[in-house]
Design a protein around this ligand. Sequence first.
Ligand code: ATP
Ligand code: MG
Length: 419
Amino acid sequence: MYKKIKGTEDIYGKDIKYWYYIEKVARETVRLYGYHEIRTPIFEQTELFVRSVGKETDIVQKEMYTFEDKGGRSITLRPEGTAPTIRAFVENSMVATGLPKRLFYIGPMFRYERPQLGRQRQFHQFGIELIGSSSPLADTEVILIADKFMKKLGLVDYEIIINSLGCEKDRQEYKKALKEYYANILDKVCDDCKKRYNTNVLRLLDCKIDVNYAKNAPKITDFLCDDCRKHYQETKSILEELEIKYKEEPRLVRGLDYYNGVIFEIHHGKLGAQSAVGGGGRYDKLVKELGGPNTPSLGFAMGIERLIIALKNENVPIKEVKNNEIYVAHLGEKARVVALEISEELRENSISVVYNTMERGLSAQLKHAARLKCKLCIIVGENELERDVVVLRNLETGDQVEIERDFIAGTAKEWLSES
Ligand code: ATP
Ligand code: MG
């Protein structure tokens, strides 16, 4: 027997309704804001992620699924959705259709991480990108959409955390201060952080092990230049006017190097250690870095698996997908094609019908219908056919009637709406 790869999941059965629900709410939410879907390939040239996500990030250093294809090219399964989206934006000259460009994506991402609740090697993200605006109006739109999406999902126990990473110059000053701070405690931090100290000192704030040291570290907000401070301030005051609740976290950094300016995360209260359901922010230099024109942009990504855990933990009721509504059983040679015609007629009426495709007796068919949790069963027998009737049975109550051929769909619909 073959087993699935560690850190991957088969998604089926009772969980499927959550996937339909989240995808539907996601599509509907971003449609209202004028975003259009983009579906990029699952794999890309490795260099794309090294360039954009950053050579010294955990993602590039440890988490990428990279392999050589038969043509000797280095290929990587996408670990995130922004770099491919921007690659597509540049490659397809989307700038020609006017800025800002509003795009969204939904799909699987791949990171070689230690699997645990809310952390997998193949996981799924829903994300948006607002490409081509440097205004705080863009920052607030993106945060507003993230908040609206959470609300539309029916979630309440979440918090939006924001910060500003400033511009390159601000960060250089800030990194100096961080280095000074960590220099004194370098022997106490984890081995990864010892390395990060030299390669990517911001990452020390993001360490999942050394959380306590980060708490007393200098704050980037003390190092922001006038422009970055103003941008951050305007973003916050618009959010306040819209009554979108947020919390400032001056030590929030993101795990990818392309971010600058306003960044944010959404944390859920009932997720335990993996509390971030989503995150995002500005990446003003990325489009240029990937060969496009200078195009300030931002976006967010939400983790669908974690959203499902949040929905379950908050007991948000999710409508069942209508399926297996009616079982159509049949007896005898002549009945089987008539039963198939009746099934098709019901399907024309948007009813989900399971037609018996096995050579088996009535009791086996009824047993199967019960197993599938069909609400109703239509039994087409040769004797009844001579009188042009079939039997309609309510499998939950056991009630049954004979109905004339012409009235099957109408009566079935009535019975379904009553049950
Ligand atoms: P974390 O701090 O949890 O590692 P991250 O900062 O690496 O998250 P992002 O790259 O910002 O995550 O991705 C956005 C969202 O995607 C996360 O908030 C999370 O919900 C989800 N996500 C990221 N990595 C995983 C994973 N390995 N398994 C499941 N979901 C993930
Ligand atoms: Mg991570």
